[in-house]
Write a protein that binds this ligand. Structure first.
Ligand code: 5AD
Ligand code: SF4
Length: 471
């Protein structure tokens, strides 16, 4: 990402009336989920107005922001090793007379605030997930002052106050875009830090979202993924005639230029009839559903506080498949949750065999401080977790291959997104989120074409572009 310093076209003063930094460079390193990718873009947009352009080189960055993930222990610990590395770079720059501001954002920032400053004194400030609109103020405070933490949850409408991206910036990010429509979670699964790091469920109003999508579409975006920790609980009101998320889909599908809509991540308990029907009725809604089940054992699901049984999940998928038979189903799994027995694990394997997933993410349970599961007895040992994870992943990989293999030889609409790795090649995605590369001119980027999926490689299809344009 590079930030256009002419961003909002203001010359004298930047965001919040602060003097603009001249030729400053920022490095934003994001870890974890798509929401962090979205947040990083919005931070970059705000900093663009301040006169910061982006760099990928820490050595030339005047400002470094680590946008962190707290979901599992390994992700969290990575932050401290990365901070150590950034500290060395900061010292090397100081030896050349250059100052560097080092900031930590994201979910580790929200969860660990003062601890970050204590463990790594090179950190200048910590900014929590609901405070990104206060970034310019934080920068002003960081100039010379002691290290500080900004992690209040109730700081006003972050989304309304964040600077929107300019057209050149959107274009540089490509023809697909994320839009956060809902943030936070009230579900409190026993293993999960999200309710503590992102706060309570909050839906952005439909009008605000549609305006953002219009801005994206005007700059060439054709495929939007609506993001939320519990996106199917979105209740931002005043969407289309349909209630809830399908109403929002309708409004977004009406934005000229938008051809594809996706949404993630959903909770089974919020998978209502309207949303299932939307998969039957709305051509712009892509046939892809990421619906985490976490476990196939009712005992474990109860201990996880998931509020549904394995059979409920199976029923939902049956209904979704009746509505949209070709839909690709994706899920998240956790193995080795406290108290998980071999028989519980076998229930998970059985559920996977019964459903047949097109893709999935699977993890070893990671104990997170402050979550109810951390205090549960019966944490399985690492070797056991590794064995179960491997067994599950082998099965999920077989299913992924089978799903893809079944599409070899079919004609599919591909939205071309970028140039391929080899000259003369372009790459894109099918409605089912499968990667495709094909021989074709770069002018097709941003267009949807009918493509024959000729051959399946390890991670993508080789496609042959047919004549004519798909709608
Ligand atoms: N340990 C392992 N995996 C976790 N996830 C969330 N919290 C944990 C944890 N403590 C997984 C869940 C969730 C995904 C985003 O990360 O599967 O759906
Ligand atoms: Fe975490 Fe559960 Fe909320 Fe998902 S639904 S963000 S797993 S607490």
């Amino acid at each position: 990402m590079t930030v256009d310093s002419t961003a909002a076209g203001t010359d004298a003063a930047g965001f919040a009336g602060l003097p603009r930094a001249k030729n400053q460079k920022v490095l934003i390193k994001s870890y974890g989920c798509q929401m962090n990718v979205y947040d990083a873009a919005r931070m970059a947009d705000s900093l663009g107005v301040e006169g910061y352009s982006e760099t990928k080189d820490a050595g030339e960055a005047d400002l470094v922001i680590l946008n962190t993930c707290h979901i599992r222990e390994r992700a969290s610990e990575k932050v401290y090793s990365e901070l150590g590395r950034m500290n060395e770079i900061k010292e090397a720059r100081a030896a050349k007379g250059l100052s560097t501001v080092l900031a930590v954002a994201g979910c580790v920032a929200q969860a660990e605030g003062p601890e970050l400053i204590r463990r790594q004194p090179a950190v200048d400030f910590v900014i929590g997930t609901q405070s990104y609109h206060q970034l310019p103020e934080a920068l002003k405070r960081a100039a010379g002052g002691p290290a500080f933490v900004m992690t209040d949850f109730d700081t006003g409408d972050k989304f309304q106050q964040l600077v929107p991206p300019v057209a050149e910036k959107i274009k540089s990010r490509g023809v697909t875009a994320f839009v956060t429509v809902q943030e936070g979670c009230d579900k409190f699964c026993a293993f999960c830090v999200v309710p503590y790091t992102r706060g309570v469920e909050l839906s952005r109003p439909a009008r605000q979202i549609v305006e953002e999508v219009e801005r994206l579409a005007n700059a060439g975006v054709r495929d939007v993924t609506l993001l939320g920790q519990n996106v199917n609980a979105w209740n931002g009101g005043a969407g289309g005639p349909r209630a809830g998320l399908p109403g929002l889909f309708e409004k977004i599908a009406g934005v000229p230029g938008i051809s594809r809509i996706r949404y993630m991540t959903s909770h089974p308990c919020d998978m209502d009839d309207g949303l299932i029907e939307a998969h039957r009725d709305m051509p712009a809604l892509m046939p892809y559903l990421h619906l985490p089940v976490q476990s196939g054992s009712d005992r474990v699901l109860k201990a996880m506080n998931r509020k549904h049984r394995a059979a409920d999940y199976v029923k939902i998928i049956e209904r979704v498949r009746r509505a949209r038979p070709d839909i690709a189903i994706s899920s998240d799994f956790i193995v080795g949750f406290p108290g998980e027995t071999q028989s519980d694990f076998e229930d998970t394997m059985r559920l996977v065999r019964e459903i047949g997933f097109a893709s999935a993410y699977s993890f070893k349970y990671s104990s997170r401080p402050g979550t109810p599961a951390a205090d549960l007895p019966g944490h399985p040992d690492e070797a056991m977790k590794s064995r179960r994870l491997l067994e599950l992943q082998i099965l999920l990989e077989e299913q992924r291959r089978a799903f893809n293999q079944a599409r070899v030889g079919t004609m599919t609409e591909v939205l071309f997104e970028k140039e391929g790795r080899h000259k003369g090649q372009i790459g894109g995605k099918t409605p089912h989120m499968q990667a495709v590369h094909a021989e074709g001119p770069a002018e097709l980027i941003g267009q949807i074409r009918l493509v024959e999926l000729a051959e399946l490689g390890s991670n993508s299809f080789r496609g042959r572009i047919a004549g004519g344009t798909a709608p």
